[in-house]
Design a protein around this ligand. Structure first.
Ligand code: GCO
Ligand code: MG
Length: 404
């Protein structure tokens, strides 16, 4: 079997996605997700200009060899652009292998370890009434766990929450340039425990609640927040501090038993080496799309399993239905599954990417179509071309750039 044609489809059915399509001399094709939110065209070029020529004429069954060729053969290794490109190739080749075998991908990964995949959904509000309505709406969809994000008094644009009605016009004018959000760590640290006290009072002690600090705290501030949230028994506190400084989590761990989730921005096992070997985290947030694909992520999860650390794959809307499907197959198969983030996609995105996975009452299942079970409607995709779009940037009240 030989790879005979490879194409990169950049489309924007409501938001930008980059999809790799690999065709073979036996007519079997495979898809992979190469979407890197805000830097999509860099990955599309990395694939088109540097990877595609290396794939043509090769055997699509040699997944591990191709992965090692693309990782080591580039000389310059790691990084989000490189690893998103390699991920797309890896998943497309697993898709082909499943189709040739006539088996859904999870069967090639050892078969099902569970009947269905538990998810968590996003709830947010500028204030408590709005937040409570959002939690109720997620619960109505059946989500067994809820991520809670809140506005902060005095701030106008805060990550993952509605913009304040009295916010000044956005100088970025939509997403053509990065929107500028504002931040005050002290106000956030004082406010958040009160939010979770109110949420627990309203929704009771049992509902699994998650929160994402989105890389914004120092290790000491993260330790303080983790300790302050202990009475509210969070399922996890995510990205509590920029974890490139893996050793910084030692300080957090010394002060709090609030479970910690880290790693959506990481793309190789080395980014997790200390975090996992020293038991500094409880959940690995790496996604198939950004970590180099199925092949390396299953190895990472085996490493994590040695330390009773579980999976929690990144799954917002900017992981495409192709990347989502690949994740759900791995979720179903691995033993140390924790939870799957699932924001869903627009109806138009579902038309561009018809798929066999299902979302029912808060749980996902990949379906039993051969491979990853996703197709791409290139005609609809072509009707929705790429739109320049950036992630926001974050500034402190004195104007200093801060982690977003
Ligand atoms: C999450 C993430 C997202 C990211 C986004 C970046 O926990 O889902 O933090 O909100 O910010 O995916 O593209
Ligand atoms: Mg996050």
């Amino acid at each position: 079997m030989k790879i005979t044609d490879v194409s990169v489809v950049v489309t924007s059915p409501g938001r930008n996605f980059v999809t790799l399509k690999i065709g073979t001399d036996e007519g079997v094709t495979g898809l992979g997700d190469a979407t890197l939110n805000g830097r999509e065209l860099a990955v599309a070029s990395y694939l088109r200009d540097h990877v595609v020529p290396l794939l043509l004429g090769t055997d699509p069954h040699r997944i591990e060899d191709t992965w090692q060729l693309l990782y080591r053969g580039a000389y310059w290794r790691r990084g989000p652009v490189t690893m998103a490109a390699i991920s797309a190739v890896d998943v497309a080749l697993w898709d082909i292998k499943g189709k040739v075998a006539g088996l859904p991908l999870y069967q090639l990964l050892g078969g099902a370890s569970r009947d269905r995949v538990a998810t968590y959904g996003h709830a947010s509000g500028r204030d408590l009434p709005q937040l409570f309505d959002s939690i109720r709406e997620r619960l109505a969809h059946g989500y067994p766990a809820i991520r809670v994000q809140s506005g902060v008094p005095g701030l106008h644009r805060v990550y993952a929450t509605p913009t304040a009605p009295d916010a000044a016009p956005d100088p970025a004018n939509g997403f053509a340039l990065p929107a500028v959000e504002d931040w005050d760590t002290g106000a956030y640290l004082r406010h958040l425990p009160r939010v979770f006290e109110a949420v627990r009072a309203e929704f009771g002690p049992d509902l699994p609640l998650l929160h994402d600090s989105h890389h914004r705290l120092t290790p000491l501030q993260a330790a303080r927040l983790g300790k302050a949230l202990e009475p509210y028994d969070l399922f996890w506190l995510e990205d509590c501090t920029p974890a490139e400084n893996q050793e910084g989590l030692r300080l957090v761990r010394r002060h709090t038993t609030t479970p910690l989730a880290i790693g959506e921005v990481f793309n190789t096992v080395f980014d997790f080496q200390t975090l996992i070997s020293e038991q500094l985290i409880d959940y690995v947030r790496a996604s198939v799309t950004h970590f180099g694909g199925i092949s390396p992520l299953r190895k990472l999860l085996d490493f994590a399993a040695m330390h009773q650390i579980k999976s929690a794959m990144h799954g917002p809307e900017d992981v495409s239905p192709v990347g989502t499907a690949a994740a759900i197959h791995l979720d179903l198969a691995v033993h140390n599954f924790g939870i799957q983030e699932y924001s869903g996609h627009s109806p138009l995105a579902h038309r561009v990417f018809p798929h066999s996975y299902t979302f029912t009452d808060g749980f996902l299942h990949p379906g039993d179509a051969p491979g990853i079970g996703v197709d791409i409607d290139e005609e609809i995709a072509a009707a929705h071309p790429y739109q320049q779009s950036y992630l926001p940037v974050n500034r402190l009240l004195d104007g200093t750039v801060h982690d977003w």
